[in-house]
Structure formats: structure tokens, C-alpha cells
Design a protein around this ligand. Structure first.
Ligand code: AHR
Length: 497
């Protein structure tokens, strides 16, 4: 037992809400994310509803998927939405130049995506094409989606079988415009974003929440330029940030499953850089937007490993281990911590691509360790963040160290308190004392844990799950404090009343 591992939770000082949109997802026309992942078509033997896999929808509903970003990614700035509407067998094809050079037949388009969101009961987040499209094309897409008036676009929508407007709220104005979205300078993008945004209109009651393309990692100049010259709050309501955790280099990122402790440590260290990034970007946002009108939208994040051996390098198919689960919890804790500004985040990319929740192989499906962290963290959706202070051991590898613990505490609408704790140390369990200031007496309701035998334990087709969500009871409550016995390399949730 040590006072070295102590979390002080201020149960009476909560004022910010952890938006459930922080637990959002991203799905691109890339590899087998859309095709094979969600979309199998109506004639498939795989059980589906209107062409969309039932097993995948059911699994994502279980983790309370709040929103889904689509169609890219880099794909978004080459996508022409009109190619993806109308009778499927008449839709033109295109080459997916970014992802494997495969032929995209456009069988999954606007109507299919919105059907998917309706089955998932989640908010659509659509990223428009600023890079190779025109303001007119973007404007017409929004009109097609959201207008209830009589117009050429609404007539077209009705002819394609949809009478009522969908009322899409979240709208990306280009993706990675500093890179695959057009290689623009910050000022050039700021001007273009203002122009495109002018022509994406509000229809009826629906108010668009426009997300400007924000910085690549630590490009603080990009953030500064957009916040200064991009008309924040007018031309855009949210600004994105992309940061992927790459263990080694972009050329050679490292295996998803065959890694040693040094690589595990490096991954934790690099993922924790998100803290500094959020802090610094938020400082710039606070300077230009002291009233906190603009949200920071981390709409691409997660581990990016080398593809599985033998798979198409352009398909970004990677396995997912306990290491990925730890990366998920650490990042989610950081988004929660900065929830005053972080209003949405989207892990890349839900099914079969990068740090996925789900892997599919024909009619089979695997839930990844990351999936179980998202399932556990449902307790924080739309809950009040309880400010907490952590004092903890370091997890040291050779000469370097990171804090061993990461945490989030929140209070739900029904008054229940949830605390999630991750112990990054792969060797040592930790006895963690949680002092719940502002309460007198608490009782333990339930607990759960995600862990595995090894740092690279993972779930695979045709074998028993190695990592899942299990019951956890190693908690002792004494008045307003509790002791949680955290196993090494684990994520734990404790519910208190
Ligand atoms: O998620 C894969 C790619 O990563 C996206 O298409 C792009 O936006 C980012 O570079």
C-alpha cells in the first residue's frame, strides 16, 4: 500500500460536461472499412439490413457510438458526392488513388451512409470536398441533405427515394488541407474555408456545426492563422486536430502484435504527447476565442502500425492488442480532461482499418481490446467531469519514464460516480488510494476490467477472446475513500453510489 498512488477526486467541483461525442468514430472509403466492414450489399449471405451488416451494427450500438465521420480522410477531397447517388448499377466508378489504387464503384454513397447512421442511431459527420471540389458542389450536397424546400436538389433527393431532409449537423470543410487535401498554406486554406463555408447554408431549424481543417500535430502556426483569420464562430464552429501514435517512423512504424517492452513504452510515451498538444492548441484557441465558442475536434487519432503481413499496404489493416487498449484509455482520459474545449473526437477507423473496434473476415467478426475500452467508458458519456489530481509512481523503462496511472472521474445524471484508471506499468500492480473529496460516504456498486496476460494479447478469428471486459471487485471502500488494487497493464472502472 502506498500513498504514492493517490487520486484526489473533487466530487463537488464538477462543472464541465464530457460530451459523448468524444467517443466518436471515423470510417473512410479505405480498404475493408466500408466495403466488407459495413457494406455487404442486400444480396449477401451475411445477415444484413438494407445491405449493412447486422453484427457490426449491433456491436457498435453496444458501445453507444455517438457519431460517425465519413467519407474520409484523404478520400473526402477526391470524392464527388453526386457519383454516389441514384441507382447503384448506374453510378460511375473512380480510382481510390490514396488507398490501394482500387476501383471504387460508389455503391456506398450518401443514402447508404445515412441509413447506416440511422441503424446505429448516431449523428452523421460528413466531410465535404474542398480540395478538388467547388463551392457549388459542396453547397448542393448540403442542400440535398438538409433542405425541405422545393428545389432541383430536393427533387433529386426525392427521386432517389428520400422525401424528408436528413438534417445533417456536423460538416467538415475539407480534410488535411495542409497535406492530401490540397497541400495548402494556412492562410490560403483560411481564405478558401471562409469562401466554401459561405455557400454551405443552414436550412430550416438545422444549424450546421462546421469543422475547419485544423493543424497537423504541433503545427501551432496553422492553429494561430485559422483562429486569427478564419472567422472563428462564424465560418466555423469547430476546428480539427490530427495526431496519430506511431511507434517508430512513418516509413517503418512497427508491428501491431510483434513488439517488445521497449516498443510498448515508446508507444505510451508518444501517445502521452497528446496532453501537450491539446494544452498548447487550447492556449491559442483561448487567446482568440476567450468565450469558448469553438470546439477542438480531434477527428483522427489512434495507433498507426505496419499492416499485417501479406495484406495490401494501402488497406491499413492492423491487429489490435492490449497495448492499443491502453492507448485508447490514455487518449480518452486526455480528451475528457480538456472537455471544456474538446467537443468531439473520432478514432481511426472503426472497422478493419488502423485502430479498429471491429475486425471482420467474411461472415465472422472480432471485437478488439480497444472496443472493450470504449464499452467500459460509456459511463462517461455526457457525464460531469470531476476534477482530479493524480500522484503516482512512474513507469520507467531503461532511462525514461512516464506516469504509471491515467484516470477520469465523472458524475452521471443519476448521481452515480465513475472512476476509470489505467495502470500502464506492465510489471507492477498498484494499490491506488482514491480520496473522494466532497462526499461523506460512498458504496461500491460494480466494477469492470480490461486486461490480458501479455502486453500483446489480442483477439483473433477462430480462437477464444484473450482480452475482453470482465467483472472487477478488488475495491475496498472506507467512508469517502477507496482502495483499488490495479493489476499491471490494466484499465479498470469502478462505479460508486
Ligand atoms: O486515417 C487514414 C488517413 O490518415 C486519412 O485518410 C487522412 O486524413 C490521414 O492522413
Amino acid at each position: 500500500a502506498t500513498a504514492q498512488n493517490k487520486i484526489v477526486v473533487n466530487t463537488d467541483l464538477g462543472k464541465e460536461t464530457i460530451s459523448k461525442d468524444i467517443y466518436g468514430h471515423f470510417s473512410e472509403h479505405l480498404g475493408h472499412c466500408i466495403y466488407g466492414g459495413y457494406w455487404v450489399g442486400e444480396d449477401s449471405n451475411i445477415p444484413n439490413t438494407n445491405g449493412i451488416r447486422n453484427d457490426v451494427v449491433e456491436a457498435l450500438k453496444e458501445i453507444g457510438i455517438p457519431n460517425l465521420r465519413w467519407p474520409g480522410g484523404c478520400f473526402a477531397d477526391e470524392y464527388h458526392w453526386m457519383d454516389g447517388i441514384g441507382p447503384r448499377d448506374e453510378r460511375p466508378t473512380m480510382i481510390n488513388t490514396h488507398w490501394g489504387g482500387v476501383t471504387e464503384d460508389n455503391s456506398f454513397g450518401t443514402h447508404e451512409f445515412l441509413e447506416l447512421c440511422s441503424q446505429l442511431d448516431c449523428e452523421p459527420v460528413i466531410c465535404g470536398n474542398l480540395g478538388s471540389g467547388t463551392p457549388q458542389e459542396m453547397s448542393q450536397w448540403v442542400e440535398y441533405l438538409n433542405s425541405g424546400n422545393v428545389s432541383p436538389m430536393t427533387d433529386l433527393r426525392k427521386a432517389n427515394g428520400r422525401e424528408e431532409p436528413w438534417g445533417v449537423k456536423y460538416w467538415g470543410v475539407g480534410n488535411e488541407s495542409w497535406g492530401c487535401g490540397g497541400n495548402m498554406t494556412a492562410q490560403f486554406y483560411a481564405d478558401n474555408m471562409r469562401r466554401f463555408s459561405t455557400f454551405t447554408k443552414n436550412y430550416g431549424e438545422n444549424r450546421l456545426y462546421k469543422v475547419a481543417c485544423g493543424p497537423n500535430v504541433d503545427d501551432y502556426n496553422w492553429m494561430e492563422t485559422l483562429m486569427k483569420n478564419g472567422n472563428p464562430g462564424g465560418s466555423f464552429q469547430g476546428i480539427s486536430l490530427h495526431y496519430y501514435t506511431v511507434c517508430h517512423t512513418w516509413r517503418q512504424k512497427g508491428s501491431a502484435t510483434q513488439f517488445d517492452e521497449k516498443e510498448y513504452f515508446t508507444t505510451m510515451d508518444k501517445t502521452l504527447f497528446m496532453d501537450e498538444l491539446l494544452r498548447n492548441h487550447i492556449t491559442i484557441m483561448d487567446k482568440y476565442d476567450p468565450r469558448n465558442r469553438v470546439g477542438l475536434i480531434v477527428d483522427e487519432w489512434g495507433n498507426w502500425h505496419d499492416v499485417e503481413p501479406g495484406t495490401n499496404p494501402g488497406f491499413l489493416y492492423q491487429q489490435n492488442t492490449l497495448r492499443d487498449a491502453m492507448v485508447a484509455s490514455v487518449n480518452l482520459d486526455l480528451f475528457n480532461k480538456y472537455c471544456r474545449r474538446v467537443k468531439m473526437a473520432n478514432i481511426a477507423q472503426t472497422v478493419n482499418v488502423l485502430q479498429a473496434m471491429i475486425l471482420t473476415q467474411d461472415g465472422e467478426m472480432v471485437k478488439t481490446p480497444s472496443y472493450y475500452v470504449f464499452k467500459m467508458y460509456k459511463v462517461h458519456h455526457d457525464a460531469t467531469l470531476l476534477p482530479s489530481d493524480v500522484t503516482c509512481d512512474n513507469y520507467t523503462y531503461e532511462e525514461e519514464s512516464v506516469p504509471a496511472l491515467s484516470t477520469t472521474a465523472s458524475k452521471a445524471a443519476d448521481g452515480k460516480i465513475h472512476i476509470t484508471i489505467s495502470n500502464l506499468d506492465p510489471h507492477n500492480s498498484k494499490e491506488v488510494l482514491c480520496e473522494m473529496r466532497g462526499t461523506e460516504k460512498l458504496s461500491f456498486v460494480t466494477g469492470s476490467i480490461v486486461t490480458g496476460d501479455k502486453i500483446n494479447s489480442y483477439n483473433d478469428f477462430g480462437k477464444k477472446e484473450e482480452v475482453s471486459l470482465k467483472e472487477f471487485k478488488d475495491v475496498k471502500v472506507n467512508g469517502n475513500s477507496l482502495t483499488v488494487k490495479m493489476p499491471a497493464k490494466s484499465v479498470v472502472m469502478v462505479e460508486l453510489n
